[in-house]
Every structure is written in C-alpha cells, then in structure tokens.
Design a protein around this ligand. Structure first.
Ligand code: FAD
Length: 269
C-alpha cells in the first residue's frame, strides 16, 4: 500500500467506467475496486437497446466491454469487495478484504443492492424477472405479466405494461411471494395460489449500497448528492444507481462523467 491514487472508484459498471475515462483523459491515477462482474445489475440484463453508440447487446457483453475499456484506459483494476472506507484528513483508506488502498478522492459507483429478495427472484432475474418495465416491457408484449409492488411506481409501471399490450396481473399487497420456473420463470406463487406468467416485474423500494463511508447522508435509500455529484463528505462523489432513480445506463454514465470532473476540481483545490 505505497501508492496514493488520485481517485479510487468503487464500482465497475457504466458509472465507474465513464468516470475512469474522464479521469484518465485528465491524467489522473485511478484504481477501480470492483466485485465479480456477475454481481452487477447490468450483467443480468437480457438485452440493452437504449445505450447510445452501441448496437443491441446483452448485459453480460456490455459489462465485459466496460471492464475492458477501463483497463485499456489505464485504470488499476482491483478485484474484490470494498468493505469500508476511512476518511483520514486529506486521504481516504479503502479496505478490500485484507488489503488496503489509499486515494485523495473517492467516487462511489456501486449500484444498488436490494434487501429481502423473494425466493426465486435472484435466480430468475433477467430470465423472466425484471425490475424495469420500461427496459423489458416490450419483450412481453401480448403476454401475461405480473407486477409486484404496492407503490405509485408499481401502479404506473402496470399501466404502462397494459398500454403496450401486456395482460397484467397486479399484486399490490405485501406478503410472501415466490417465483418458480424451469429455464425461465413461469409461475408466481402468492397466498397459496399459483399464477402462470411470462414475466414478473418486481417494483419495490430499493436500498443503496451499505453505508461504506461514515458521514454519508442518504435520502430515500440513495446517497444524497448535489448537481456536481458531491456527497455530504468532502472529496467523496457518487454516481449511477446508488444516487437514486432512474436506474438507467445512460444516466449512470452521465453522472460518472460529472463525478469525475468534480473530483478533478476537488483535487486541484
Ligand atoms: C435485468 C435488468 C435489465 C436492465 N435493462 C436495462 C436497459 O435495458 N437499459 C438501461 O438503461 N438500464 C437497464 N438496467 C439498469 C442498468 O443495468 C443500471 O442502471 C446500470 O447498470 C447502473 O450502472 P451503475 O454503474 O450505477 O451500477 P452497476 O452496473 O450495478 O455497477 C455497480 C458495480 O459495483 C459493484 N460493487 C457494489 N458494491 C461494491 C463493493 N462494496 N465493492 C466492490 N464493488 C462493488 C457491483 O458488483 C457492480 O459491478 C437493467 C437492470 C437490470 C437488473
């Protein structure tokens, strides 16, 4: 742990990659701490059709592209899970397993983690389970889908799915849901009844990354940031899904760019 990087980025998706490219263009030393790529939201996406400049591709393909691009730009890739961040005056210490890395600024681009998954939810995510009606709805046009969630967003998404020609079963009550299937999800079980569906859209509240940095303020489960992606801790910036909705790649990439530029300003004093 001799080197002090200009910036350490925690993440590995669109927000992190975008931040890497901007920081490297500005001559900064950058390390990216990233979990296995299979753990990212993007990796599970069936098909991405709304990212500018790239043809339709699977989430796994896009994840691989992002990681390669960050490496080729010259970021040091640290594989593992950041466990904690310690602000130490002018620097930050980032613990990754038993290793320790230091930087002068930090960008959190760690996506979201969801609490309390339903049985079958993780297993079938991207294979008949979706969190995003706008992203995946068209794949189920003319088919039967379930929307699980009692909030305004769930109702909005159910209306949207109906408007594009899906037959929608609405499940607004809290309770124990279970998703079953074979290669793809095909059944939603609730209150002892089985419902045959082609996709289950789960639209529930999400929580952001665990509180990695002492002093960070959260609003509605997301890291609070200003328009420069500055968090409540000086020198710590955040970008992407961890700052809140909409959960979209283009938004994550845009915020990564802004966070990187703000980190450069911060480093310049
Ligand atoms: C099934 C599915 C389909 C989707 N389809 C679309 C679509 O069609 N179009 C669209 O625009 N968006 C889509 N999305 C949303 C899109 O994937 C996200 O908005 C986008 O990936 C967010 O990028 P990000 O960089 O903020 O986070 P992520 O892509 O989630 O990347 C965060 C990374 O940080 C890592 N990480 C988290 N915590 C730590 C830690 N402590 N230490 C180290 N690494 C950590 C994670 O493992 C992950 O690799 C979809 C999402 C899902 C789940």
């Amino acid at each position: 742990m001799d080197q002090i990087y200009d910036v350490i980025i925690i993440g590995g998706g669109a927000a992190a990659t975008s931040a890497v490219l901007t920081l490297k263009n500005r001559g900064k030393s950058v390390a990216v701490v990233s979990n296995r790529e299979e753990t990212s939201s993007l990796y599970k996406a069936e098909k991405i059709t709304n990212y500018p400049g790239l043809p339709p591709m699977t989430g796994a393909e896009m994840t691989a592209l992002f990681r390669r691009q960050a490496e080729e730009a010259g970021a040091v890739m640290i594989h593992g899970r950041a466990i904690s961040v310690m602000p130490m005056g002018d620097t930050f210490g980032v613990a990754v397993g038993s290793d320790y890395y230091m930087s002068r600024a930090l960008i959190i681009a760690a996506g979201i983690t969801r609490e309390k998954l339903y049985p079958g939810e993780a297993e079938y995510l991207g294979r008949g389970v979706s969190y995003c009606a706008t992203c995946d709805g068209m794949l189920y046009r003319g088919k039967t889908v379930a929307v699980v969630g009692g909030g305004e967003e769930a109702r909005h998404d159910a209306d949207f799915l109906e408007s594009i020609g899906c037959s929608v079963l609405r499940f607004e009550k809290n309770g124990r849901y279970e998703i079953r299937g074979g290669m793809k999800a095909d059944t939603l079980v609730f209150a002892g009844e089985e419902h045959k569906v082609d996709c289950v859209f789960i639209i529930k509240d999400t929580v952001s990354v665990t509180k990695l940095v002492p002093g960070l303020v959260y609003e509605n489960g997301a890291i609070a940031v200003d328009r420069k992606m500055q968090t409540t801790v000086p020198g710590v910036f955040a970008a992407g899904d961890c700052t809140g909705k909409p959960y979209q790649l283009a938004k994550a990439a845009g915020e990564g760019n802004v966070a990187a530029l703000s980190a450069c300003d911060y480093l310049a004093g």
